[in-house]
Every structure is written in structure tokens, then in C-alpha cells.
Design a protein around this ligand. Structure first.
Ligand SMILES: [Zn+2]
Ligand SMILES: [Zn+2]
Length: 241
């Protein structure tokens, strides 16, 4: 399992990779799990947590309520007894176990949502509902349990997307960034693309050097900066035309 160590000595372990990344932030005593992946990976997720000797989880942070992030929340709640944290704008979706299809951000995904979006059976996007314990409105610090780590609101992919800033060094960003392509950090889907680009600015306002997305590999600050500037230039160009 890939692992990053921050300046305070916290470990960020990528417990699951591939379909959707799941990260564990640990200081050896307390554990914060970030996202849960899809339902069919529940067995693998349990086995991996077992290999790490994780018996209890203090907090489960959900970056947002899409099924590929929140599907195992209820099972984790039952087995590891965490406090479940989510932004207040995502609470209803989580407690209903459902999600709306976001808009496309690329020509291909925009067309896909417009043509096939309505044909996708609702059941494919549904998951076991789960009641959250702690609803975030603005920033939320984990100092009380010994972490220099803070949740911050980075909306755009969804209204209540959250990112976890660890040691002002590494950010775990959910679907606010996309790590599948080497040259682009642009997620293929977002409720509001412009709001999401503003959230990129918010991430760049931290000192973080590494951004860990839910899909794909770690993103360097330089690539995020490059993409942000490029999009700003395109948008400014379009406005002046
Ligand atoms: Zn998503
Ligand atoms: Zn996702």
C-alpha cells in the first residue's frame, strides 16, 4: 500500500487504489478514514484495514456523497464505529443513499450525460443509506484528536465537496481534482465547473505540494498550477471575444 509521511510524522496510507482511492490518515493512535469506495470492494477494504491492524476508526470523512465514495459508509459505521463527517450540503443524499448525475465538463462527458444520462437506472447510483454524525459548514480542524489537519469546503464537483489539508503539505481532495491523466487535473464531471475552478484556487492558496485525488495518482502542485492558469487564460479569452 502506497504511503506518504508528512512533516509531523503522520502517515497517509492509500488503503484502496484503482476504482476509487481510499486513504487512511493515522498518527499511530488515532485513525481518520477518507472515503469508502464502491460496494463491491467492501471485502477488499476490510482485508486491507485488517492487514494494517485497524480495529477502530475515529472519524470517517466523506469528501462527497457519490456512490463510489460513500457506498460502504453504513458498513464502516457498524464495524469500526467512527464519527461520520460530511458537508451539510451532502447530508440528504447520504441519508437517502442516492445521488444526482453531475454535468459533464468535457465535450465527451457533456454529450454522454445529455444522451445517456436519463437512461441510467437510478438503482445503479444508489447505495445503503447512512446517517451522518457531524455536518460541516465551514472549516473543521482535527486538532482535538492530535492532528494538524483541517477539512475545507471545495465545492464545484458537488455542492458539498470537502478536502482534507494535512500539515499544510498534502491535501486529500476527493473529485475536486482528477489524477488519471498526466497532463490534466480536470474531473470529467462537475455540478458547477466554475465553482470547481475557484476551489482549485483555494487549494493553491494552501502550501500543499501534493494533492491526492480519489481517482488516479498523486498530483503535483506544479501541474495543478499549470492547469489553473491555462483554464483562466481560456476563460478570459472567451470573455473578451
Ligand atoms: Zn464524485
Ligand atoms: Zn468519484
Amino acid at each position: 500500500m502506497k504511503c506518504w509521511v508528512t512533516k509531523s510524522g503522520y502517515k497517509i496510507i492509500r488503503v484502496l487504489a484503482g476504482r476509487s482511492n481510499v486513504f487512511l490518515l493515522t498518527n499511530g493512535e488515532k485513525n481518520i478514514l477518507i472515503d469508502t469506495s464502491t460496494s463491491y470492494l467492501w471485502g477488499k477494504l476490510q482485508r486491507r484495514l485488517g492487514l494494517l491492524n485497524i480495529e477502530t476508526i475515529d472519524y470517517l470523512v466523506l469528501t462527497h456523497s457519490h456512490f463510489d465514495h460513500a457506498a460502504n459508509a453504513k458498513r464502516i459505521k457498524t464495524k469500526y464505529k467512527p464519527t461520520i463527517v460530511i458537508h451539510k450540503n451532502e447530508a440528504l443524499s447520504l441519508s437517502r443513499g442516492e445521488m444526482a448525475i453531475p454535468n459533464g465538463t468535457l465535450i465527451f462527458t457533456t454529450l454522454l450525460v445529455r444522451t445517456l444520462g436519463r437512461l441510467i437506472p437510478k438503482s445503479l447510483l444508489e447505495y445503503t443509506p447512512c446517517e451522518p454524525d457531524l455536518l460541516i459548514d465551514s472549516d473543521y480542524s482535527f486538532k482535538t484528536i492530535g492532528f494538524n489537519a483541517c477539512l475545507t469546503h471545495t465545492p464545484g464537483h458537488t455542492k458539498g465537496s470537502l478536502s482534507l489539508i494535512v500539515d499544510d503539505e498534502i491535501a486529500i481532495v476527493g473529485d475536486t481534482l482528477f489524477g488519471v491523466f498526466r497532463w490534466s487535473v480536470n474531473p470529467p464531471y462537475a455540478d458547477n465547473r466554475n465553482t470547481m475552478i475557484n476551489s482549485w484556487k483555494k487549494l493553491l492558496d494552501t502550501k500543499c505540494l501534493i494533492f491526492l485525488p480519489s481517482h488516479g495518482s498523486a498530483i503535483k502542485r506544479s501541474l495543478l498550477k499549470h492547469n489553473f492558469r491555462k483554464i483562466q487564460k481560456i476563460d478570459l479569452g472567451q470573455k473578451s471575444e
